[in-house]
Write a protein that binds this ligand. Structure first.
Ligand SMILES: CC(C)(COP(=O)(O)OP(=O)(O)OC[C@H]1O[C@@H](n2cnc3c(N)ncnc32)[C@H](O)[C@@H]1OP(=O)(O)O)[C@@H](O)C(=O)NCCC(=O)NCCS
Length: 195
């Protein structure tokens, strides 16, 4: 991986926001990952696959995330509450196109923690790292067409719709589009400072 991606390994972890700490995942996170990610409310908008996630999927994901972070290619982080450390979700930042300073983000929260601004707070912090610390010029995010919560979150941070991939997912007896969002660095609106 080239220079820009390598800079990821220089990011101080955990990334702290007013209410959250974004830390590397651990083997001990696996049971919660399996339970929460298989909740249909989370699984359907996040995964294109149709089969449930297993413990071994998530063990492999934790191992791969730690390797990728070590190589400075990708930051897959657990979203935890600063107070008490409860693990409430996950967020990732990947430098997919370092030559053009372009990154990609994805995120999820356990349903019990939706609608309190935690998603925006975590996504804002990871975009802040991407834009201010890594110097990314743009960040991509892809959302299935049935996920207005995620689209609202992205718009709040300054992302704009740039197009869509038509009928990429077959779910509930019909085809769904993937809406392509992009954020340019000058449009970024931080909702909270990453410390
Ligand atoms: C998408 C997802 C992460 C959004 O999480 P979230 O924390 O509910 O999202 P936000 O941070 O945008 O929440 C903002 C809402 O919380 C409300 N809120 C309550 N307390 C708040 C606070 N202290 N600060 C900010 N907002 C607060 C806001 O008013 C806002 O409501 P509105 O959307 O009706 O305007 C979450 O729904 C999720 O995990 N979904 C399943 C997985 C998923 O879709 N992942 C993305 C795939 S593309």
């Amino acid at each position: 991986m080239v220079a820009l991606g390598g800079k990821l390994s220089g990011i101080a972890l955990p990334i702290q926001t007013p209410r959250l700490a974004l830390r590397l995942p651990r083997r001990s996170d696996v049971p919660l990952l399996v339970r929460c990610l298989n909740d249909r409310a989370v699984f359907d908008p996040v995964f294109g696959r149709h089969t449930r996630l297993t413990e071994s999927d998530e063990e492999a994901w934790v191992r791969a995330s730690l390797r990728a972070a070590g190589r400075g290619e990708k930051l897959n982080l657990a979203i935890t509450l600063r107070e008490g450390g409860t693990h409430i979700g996950g967020i990732g930042l990947e430098i997919r196109d370092p030559d053009n300073r372009r990154g990609w983000i994805g995120y999820w929260l356990t349903k019990a923690y939706w609608h309190r601004g935690f998603g925006s707070e975590a996504a804002s912090a990871i975009c802040e790292v991407g834009i201010r610390k890594l110097g990314l010029h743009r960040i991509d995010a892809h959302v299935f067409d049935f996920n207005p919560r995620s689209m609202n979150l992205l718009r709040r941070l300054g992302f704009a719709v740039e197009g869509k991939k038509r009928e990429v997912l077959f779910r509930w007896g019909k085809w769904h589009d993937e809406v392509l969002f992009g954020l340019l660095r000058e449009d970024f609106r931080s909702t909270g400072v990453a410390r």
